[in-house]
Design a protein around this ligand. Structure first.
Ligand SMILES: [Zn+2]
Length: 218
């Protein structure tokens, strides 16, 4: 069960240096069913949820929490005082999924284009053949052109195909560069590598041991 204490004293989890905040002002507890309970610890200036003074109240992360009349507390910051980065970590799932999806898309789109470019000269060959047919007379010039095309088509096809497939690394490089910026520990900013999101979730914390960021709810 996670408990976050709030107050002016240094022994609190979340320390607020403000004259209207008591030394041990309030306590936030995550209950077994996942709900958050905010309790005022007999503070001088009171604890407020959405503008209403409370002694003890179940809250949700979007509630407006104030200790004293106007000292607002950000719920996310409260969690971070306990190294809880589960919310930010959950958002990384989308980053990872998009990256893998996009990678496959680029690869298969390029595979298709590569085949297309390889086949192109052969298609040209067919068109020339049709032109000769419809002309009805095989002039020697056409015959030579046709022969040249037959000889060159595979070479040109291979060249065009190779040219197209060389474009893949650049696109993938751009994608990977962006991924390296986005797929990072929400606390220390370390790139989380090519580790799938599910595996990271099972690890339950940042791979950098000095970071101490956690992303599982206890
Ligand atoms: Zn970290």
């Amino acid at each position: 069960m996670m408990v976050i204490t709030i107050g002016k004293n240094p022994d609190n989890d979340y320390i607020i240096e403000d004259p209207q905040v008591s030394r041990h002002h309030a306590r936030l507890t995550r209950e077994a069913d996942g709900f958050w309970l905010l309790e005022d610890l007999g503070s001088l200036n009171g604890t407020f949820v959405n503008g209403i003074q409370i002694i003890k109240k179940r809250i949700v992360p979007t509630d407006n929490i104030c200790v004293g009349k106007d000292c607002r507390i950000d719920f996310k910051e409260l969690l971070k005082s306990k190294n809880d980065y589960s919310e930010e970590f959950n958002a990384l799932k989308k980053v990872y999924d998009n990256y893998t999806k996009e990678k496959v898309r680029i690869q298969s789109a390029n595979q298709f284009k590569t085949r297309l470019f390889q086949a192109l000269p052969f298609a040209l060959l067919g068109i020339v053949g049709m032109v000769i047919n419809s002309a009805g007379k095989g002039s020697s010039v056409w015959y030579v052109v046709c022969m040249l095309l037959i000889i060159c088509a595979p070479v040109v096809g291979v060249y065009l195909g190779a040219h197209q497939s060389a474009k893949i690394p650049q696109q993938l490089q751009d994608l990977t560069n962006q991924f390296k910026i986005d797929y990072v520990c929400p606390k220390c900013g370390t790139f989380l590598g090519d580790i799938p999101w599910e595996s990271l979730k099972n690890k339950k914390h940042c791979p950098i041991s000095s970071c101490q960021a956690r992303w599982t709810e206890e």
